[in-house]
Write a protein that binds this ligand. Structure first.
Ligand code: SAH
Length: 341
């Protein structure tokens, strides 16, 4: 099968042109067609001579993943995509006062099996290739006729379980001649694959890192997130400290509020104690209830009390503004429905 042209970093494309005996600046020209002019038909790359265009067409396709379904409310749009092999993935677009953000999927399914997560019910089928993540952005920008300003890798899948493709994806969208999304507008969220966090800290990327913690002690986290049995909170804390030191970037700690599970005052104090003095902030996430799973969302008052306790313990903290709970925008919900129907 031909490779997809959106799978190539600019450097890889330069090497390709060198390998066919051409000048490497052709890569820049191709990037300008694809990402600046959004021209996906190779025949129309008019500043590239016909002979090279024919070679490009032989070696690459520029097929884009298909939008299968779109659901929307005022501030949120959820897209279901059908991939070329018939698998489904989803992406969510959110309007903020500072711009439009997209939450992309990183894998078809997920193997992390977090108990409260819809995607965790369905095993991972395969990794997404870098182009399939890039194209979530391209297809949506085409549909909305506007550019997206920030990207969070928080859709279906565990990005660090698809490490190489994710790094490639980040390079392509971060390239000033690519989609040109600044590193500080890119957030990667992980359930805590510790060795990969160490690897990530060695890369010269200025992206934001978010850690899905969701529990204040190992006994509780073991129950909610099987990954904790492999990399527990102590291992994770060490990796976060290393990351903070290596990058000097503030890390986000995500904490989904589950009624009577992890939302007590004792949990808040324990959480504050874990991160005392560290350059992190905690993002409290109101749980998006799903039909299949028994967890309930903590009440507003409990979330506020938890927030207060963290603040009083000198932990920076925010409560995530809610998006899309009425359009199944929680991780994996739309894809789950497509599979059940
Ligand atoms: N695997 C990565 C990224 C995908 S999940 C990770 O674990 O971070 C993105 C975030 O959504 C995670 O924090 C996850 O725990 C959370 N999440 C999953 N299901 C949810 C739900 N129903 N309501 C609210 N947050 C949910």
């Amino acid at each position: 099968m031909k490779e997809n042209l959106f799978n190539k970093t600019r450097e890889e494309l330069e090497n390709y042109f060198i390998s066919i005996g051409e000048k490497k600046f052709k890569a820049l020209q191709v990037y300008e067609w694809l990402y600046e002019k959004r021209e996906f038909n190779i025949d129309n790359f008019s500043n590239i001579k016909k002979e090279i265009r024919e070679q490009l067409k032989k070696d690459f396709s520029t097929d884009i993943i298909n939008i299968e379904k779109k659901q929307e409310d005022n501030l949120t749009k959820k897209y279901l995509f059908k991939l070329l092999d018939g698998e489904f993935i989803e992406a969510v677009v959110m309007e903020h006062d500072y711009g439009t953000s997209i939450c992309v999927s990183s894998e078809v399914g997920c193997n992390m099996a977090c108990k409260f997560c819809e995607s965790g019910r369905q095993k991972k089928i395969r990794n997404l290739e870098a182009y399939e993540i890039v194209e979530q952005i391209l297809a949506i920008e085409q549909d909305l006729q506007k550019r997206l300003s920030s990207v969070v890798i928080m859709g279906i899948g565990e990005p660090l379980d698809n490490y190489e493709n994710i790094i490639k994806f980040i390079k392509i969208i971060n390239d000033p001649k690519g989609i040109a999304i600044g590193a500080r507008h890119i957030t990667l969220s992980t359930c805590g694959l510790v060795p990969k966090i160490y690897e990530l800290s060695k890369l010269p990327l200025q992206i934001n890192l978010a850690i899905s913690l969701h529990a204040s002690n190992n006994a509780l986290r073991d129950k909610l997130m099987p990954v904790n049995k492999v990399y527990n909170i102590d291992n994770l804390l060490q990796a976060i400290k290393d990351y903070l030191q290596a990058t000097s970037r503030r890390v986000t700690i995500e904490y989904v509020m589950l009624d009577n599970v992890n939302d007590s005052k004792a949990n808040a104090l324990e959480l504050a104690n874990l991160f005392k003095g560290m350059n992190i902030y905690v993002n409290l996430i109101p749980y998006n209830e799903t039909n299949h799973l028994e967890f309930k969302r903590s009440s507003k008052n409990k979330i506020l009390a938890f927030y207060d306790t963290l603040k009083k313990s000198n932990i920076n903290c925010t409560i995530r503004r809610e998006f899309g709970s009425n359009i199944d925008a929680a991780c994996g919900q739309l894809r789950g429905k497509q599979k059940d129907s």
